[in-house]
Write a protein that binds this ligand. Structure first.
Ligand SMILES: [Zn+2]
Length: 342
């Protein structure tokens, strides 16, 4: 099939709801950090950036975090450097709104003070705000650490104004999110948002549990929803936002191929889908690249990209004045290249 010409999306006002701090620094910045802190020389282009590269399994993917990002985070100025690079990458892409998940467990495991890291985040959030980028932080809770630990994290972080909410992540298999109802209720009572990765590595039943039993209205991935028309209806009727990550799903083999990713089908079914890059360090694409790839390889139109971005702004944690400003900026934007758009 013929690919569409590349269109410059760099100036498009964007929004991204599904990003992990530990998986989003830019490779070149990471490479310089390893050289500076450890004297090690990493390749200019990692082998997993090859277009045909696929992870053997989730374990192989997770091992890259331990090998490349964790050593950087453990350097004395590591968190400050990682946060600065991640936020800069958003600002440079003209991302107006982003929700970033980070793992508080790692902060403590690496011997840092969580309040200090939250202060660091607060300062960088202010800096981004001055550059027209609103950032909301979510604490990522690892499911297989169990319910008691999730409750403890919510209690520890619920009073922090830097934490907008909690995101259940990690191993879905055997860990449906209704095992965390107490933690979820505590978070909601404190006025925090709750999200869950669901239906990425498991079937649609896990999405159903998250929406029906845990009353979660923000699903990460949700790719397997397409296997069950009832779950598709449920997502549509409950106005659940689905944070889709096409290249992530392709590289981890949670979809058969990029061409078969269900984003268009779920969109056509009336679900509020959004486009996200998940872990650009390890999937090789940032949000701008992912949107371009959807145009080139799935024939997405500018009107599709705008609708998916509008979905993200509409469900973002924003005051109404800022939301309207971002939405009108998006509507006003047009690509400069000659594009025949439907
Ligand atoms: Zn994720």
């Amino acid at each position: 099939m013929q690919e569409k010409p590349t269109i410059d999306l760099s100036q498009m006002p964007k929004a991204e709801l599904h990003l992990h701090l530990e998986g989003m620094p830019r490779w070149e910045t990471l490479r310089q950090a390893h050289r500076r802190h450890y004297g090690t020389e990493l390749p200019a282009v990692p082998y997993w950036y090859a277009a045909d590269f696929r992870f053997a399994n989730f374990g192989e993917f997770a091992s890259l975090f331990r090998e490349y990002v964790h050593p950087w985070l453990q350097a004395p100025s590591g968190y400050a450097e990682v946060i600065r690079d991640c936020f800069d990458s958003l600002i440079e892409q003209n991302i107006r709104y982003a929700e970033i998940n980070f793992t508080p467990l790692l902060v403590e495991k690496f011997g840092f003070s969580l309040p200090n890291i939250l202060d660091l985040l607060a300062a960088e959030i202010d800096r981004a705000k001055d550059r027209n980028c609103t950032i909301r932080m979510f604490a990522g809770l690892l499911r297989d650490r169990g319910s008691e630990e999730a409750i403890a994290w919510v209690k520890k972080l619920r009073s922090s104004p830097i934490i907008s909410g909690f995101d259940f992540q990690g191993n879905e298999v055997g860990w449906p999110v209704d095992r965390f109802l107490t933690a979820i209720d505590l978070a909601k009572e404190a006025g925090k948002r709750v999200k869950a990765h669901a239906g990425e590595m498991t079937g649609p039943e896990n999405i159903k549990i998250a929406v029906e039993r845990a009353r979660i209205d923000r699903i990460g991935h949700g790719t397997s929803a397409i296997q069950d028309p009832e779950v598709v209806e449920l997502l549509r009727d409950r106005h659940v936002t689905v944070e889709m990550c096409p290249t992530s799903n392709e590289r981890l083999k949670y979809v058969k191929s990029y061409r078969e990713h269900p984003i268009f089908d779920l969109d056509a079914a009336g679900i509020a889908v959004t486009v996200n890059s998940d872990d650009p360090t390890f999937f090789g694409l940032n949000l701008t690249d992912e949107l371009s790839r959807l145009m080139a390889q799935r024939q997405a139109k500018i009107s599709d990209l705008k609708r998916w971005t509008r979905n993200a702004f509409c469900h973002a944690i924003l005051d109404e004045k800022t939301r309207r400003r971002y939405l009108s900026e998006l509507e006003a934007w047009q690509p400069t290249a000659d594009v025949l758009d439907g």
